[in-house]
Design a protein around this ligand. Structure first.
Ligand code: GCB
Length: 613
């Protein structure tokens, strides 16, 4: 496992990795870093699908697993005119991969359950090479089969996974069958309810990756926390020849240095470099070449330091205010799961237009294109796992699952300069089991990647209500976090917008606070007075009062209002207004800007004028 050597120092963590390897993630291979830098063949395109609400492709009528040719993964064809076979991928309709199924066919909008996917490919394998089948993401439970045999399972809708298929691939007629099931359940992450659409399907690209026998599986290279010179990290080789020399080359810095790998294929890297740091004003990326004796990979990587000092957040040693916005992974051109570079460019372009230097990618790891685009455009990122609302805190299995999702997110994104914060939870209720669950995740994040800050979106408490309202940040896990996040809905779920004027905030901690959510719904084009719910004027006034209040919080160091764009949610049923959309967006699903957009934009211009970042 990728993180095994990393985590051996920490027994409990190592144990969870082993358990995961044995249980929920059977047979997935270690993740390959930077697949864009590899020789790849895409399997994106039209896949044949069978919608299977009763799971007849997997279970017989007594709910026992099917072992015979009725099991869909066999892709069996009748051998005679008399043979009974009740499925046929090749005459079943198609859906696009990547893509959610809900928005590709009207009858699937509310569908939650199983869909089977099939794709075929031919492949010419050269001697000495290895081949991996890589999924950017599929929601939620996935079984993958190649040529009628199980490759493995994956659980979790928003992180990548891969399988080695070197010994199983044929010259021609390969068929991949994937069972994707997005049924919600209480023990999952997220659990039964969430305020976003449960988009099912193979929602991110599927790729064949060709690598040499001994290859560079992963590497990590970032500025050490608090340093503007020390590039620290590691390289991890995979294959039979683990002891090699690894050369790190950054031509623009005139840097070349060789490091030996140990018997586990790992090299520790330390470079003294003259770095032009990455920042929102100058999102500098360097071409970094990592070359072993048997493999070579190149990637654009930026270097910046991020740390806290008391209540301040320091970017490259300088205090910074995070002018952010929250974003769901929904396409700006049509309300469906986003996955493409174009989607990323538009969404992040809107954030830039607002004057942001920061985005909260809520509430789960977004597709990789978003992170790479944030690197290029100069937007700092809060990255998040879907530990959301009501999780089964007492379940060891659920914790393993959350840890695995965190690990996969960090493994994919740990070289992105844009990522400054890992968030481990959103609006979770304090309890002893919740506290220890989250503490484990915070510890995992710090261990896996000591260069980033760890946060969580907490819930504050109202401690006084008289002439003044006093709200306190007080949570047992706050001490474990580097940065405090807090969601509040003054003016929407509680109080009136004007009540923000008489609200004061206190905190028991010498730590920075990011107001990770506030906001209210408005239907674009609906105009009324500022006390009328759902009107643009109500939302505009709410933002004005909120901003006036936020300016008075002495320990506030950033904010990510809820939210950039209206997004689909099954919880939002009000006809004529919501129509299954959460309307807290500053733009609607067609990109039309509401009045509040300009209120926030103006505030961010003011803040920007007053600081360098
Ligand atoms: C929240 C949640 C977010 C919801 C939002 C809302 O606190 O974190 O997922 O969408 O409130 O609109 O109620």
């Amino acid at each position: 496992m990728l993180f095994l050597t990393n985590s051996l120092r920490h027994h409990k963590y190592a144990l969870s990795v082993l358990l995961i390897a044995g249980l929920s993630q059977a047979q997935t291979a270690p993740l390959i870093a930077n697949i864009n830098g590899r020789q790849t063949t895409t399997l994106n395109g039209a896949w044949h699908v069978i919608v299977d609400p009763y799971d007849v492709g997997k279970l017989d009528y007594h709910a026992r697993p099917l072992k015979n040719n009725n099991a869909f993964f066999k892709d069996h064809k009748p051998q005679s005119k008399s043979e009974l076979v009740e499925y046929d991928f090749d005459h079943s309709p198609q859906l696009n991969v990547p893509g959610d199924w809900n928005t590709q066919r009207d009858t699937l909008l509310f569908y939650e359950g199983t869909v089977w996917y099939k794709q075929t490919f031919d492949y010419h394998k050269s001697a000495g090479e290895r081949l991996f089948l890589y999924f950017g993401g599929a929601n939620y439970q996935v079984d993958v089969y190649l040529n009628g045999e199980l490759l493995g399972h994956h659980e979790g809708g928003f992180t990548p996974f891969d399988f080695e298929i070197t010994d199983r691939v044929r010259e021609s007629g390969n068929f991949v069958i994937v069972r994707v099931n997005d049924t919600r359940s209480a023990d999952q992450v997220p659990a039964l309810t969430a305020d976003w659409w449960n988009y099912g399907g193979i929602t991110r690209p599927v790729t064949l990756i060709r690598v040499p026998q001994n290859f560079i599986q992963d590497y990590f290279l970032q500025l050490e926390k608090g340093s503007t010179r020390n590039l620290r990290g590691w390289v991890h080789l995979n294959g039979p020849k683990l002891q090699q020399s690894v050369t790190i080359r950054i031509p623009e810095m005139g840097l070349t240095k060789v490091f030996p790998t140990d018997e586990h294929g790992r090299a520790q890297i330390l470079l003294d470099a003259n770095v032009t740091p990455w920042s929102p004003e100058n999102p500098k990326l360097y071409k970094v070449e990592i070359a072993a004796d048997t493999d070579r990979v190149v990637e654009d990587i930026g270097f910046r330091s991020i740390e806290t000092r008391g209540k301040d957040i320091l970017l490259n040693g300088m205090p910074v205010f995070l002018r952010g916005i929250s974003i769901h992974e929904e396409s700006p051109s049509r309300p469906a799961r986003a996955w493409s570079e174009d989607d990323a460019k538009t969404l992040l372009g809107w954030a830039k237009e607002l004057g942001c230097n920061f985005v909260r990618l809520a509430h789960y790891p977004h597709n990789e294109a978003m992170l790479r685009m944030a690197d290029q455009m100069g937007l700092m990122v809060w990255a998040e796992i879907p530990v959301y609302w009501n999780i089964q805190w007492g379940s060891p299995q659920t914790l393993l699952n959350a840890e695995n999702q965190l690990r996969e997110m960090i493994a994919r994104d740990h070289n992105r300069a844009s990522v400054i914060i890992y968030s481990v939870a959103n609006e979770t209720e304090v309890s002893p089991t919740r506290n220890s669950f989250l503490r484990q995740l915070i510890q995992d994040a710090h261990l896996s990647d000591p260069t980033r800050l760890v946060s969580a979106a907490l819930q504050s408490q109202e401690v006084a209500r008289g002439d003044r309202i006093v709200v306190s940040i007080d949570d047992p896990i706050a001490n474990d976090l580097d940065v405090l996040g807090n969601n509040e809905y003054i003016g929407w779920y509680v109080h009136t917008p004007a009540d923000a004027d008489r609200t004061d905030w206190i905190s028991n901690y010498d730590k920075p606070l990011i107001m990770s959510e506030f906001g209210g719904d408005a239907l674009f084009g609906y105009h009324a007075d500022e006390l009328t719910r759902w009107s643009e004027e109500y939302q505009e006034s709410l933002y004005q009062h909120q901003i006036a209040m936020l300016k008075r919080i002495p320990f506030l160091r950033g904010m990510t209002p809820w939210i950039l764009k209206d997004f689909r949610s099954p919880r939002r049923t009000l006809p004529g207004i919501q129509d299954y959309f959460n309307r807290k967006g500053l733009v609607n699903e067609h990109g039309d800007k509401k009045k509040a957009f300009f209120v926030l934009q103006k505030f961010y211009q003011e803040v920007q004028g007053a600081q360098t970042h």
